[in-house]
Design a protein around this ligand. Sequence first.
Ligand SMILES: N[C@@H](CCC(=O)N[C@@H](CS)C(=O)NCC(=O)O)C(=O)O
Length: 202
Amino acid sequence: MKLYSAPGACSLAVHIALREFGAKFETIAVDLTTHTTADGSDFRTISPRGYVPLLQLNDATYHTEAASLLQCLADLDPLQSLIGLPGTARRLAVIEWLAFIATELHKVFSPWLWHKDTADSTRQFVKDKLNSRFEELDALLARQDYLAGEYSVADAYAFAILNWVNYLALPLSRYPNLQAYLRRVAERPSVQEAIRTEGLIK
Ligand SMILES: N[C@@H](CCC(=O)N[C@@H](CS)C(=O)NCC(=O)O)C(=O)O
């Protein structure tokens, strides 16, 4: 498999998941400002939206959408422990969280993160919306260690997206359980390897 990714972008979630399963894969870095790959190719020729993550499966097909890629990768593990077996409450909870992260966190952060000229009124809206989500997560994480009970691909996704508070200088000091959660996820060997490889830590 080949993962087209950019350091610290949402593709980090897929990168972590690939490492969780010990999958054989290579990463291809994409410059998201020029939409070129490391060898200078035009990324939009294979990804018309210009988005990472883009995953090329071993059958040479290309696929997008972080939440879908995470489900697919979690299913490659015979035990499906990072997503749960079909028809179970565990699986529904993980998929629910993937959808929540995609729509209520990922795409709320996005406009401001990628467009530094975002208007102050939009910034304020994003801050308020995110703070209400952080409050909800903090209350949940006071009662449990991970979003869907046990660690799952939803936590890999949440980790990648919540890491963006650092880029936007949004403080998490009011959310101690959320901070502890991010530290807990960060300690996982797969997460350490992924963030080190992406150059986010030394
Ligand atoms: N709907 C896509 C969105 C992916 C996305 O927003 N990717 C961002 C990085 S986190 C990107 O590639 N942005 C580049 C651009 O907007 O040109 C998904 O959920 O995977």
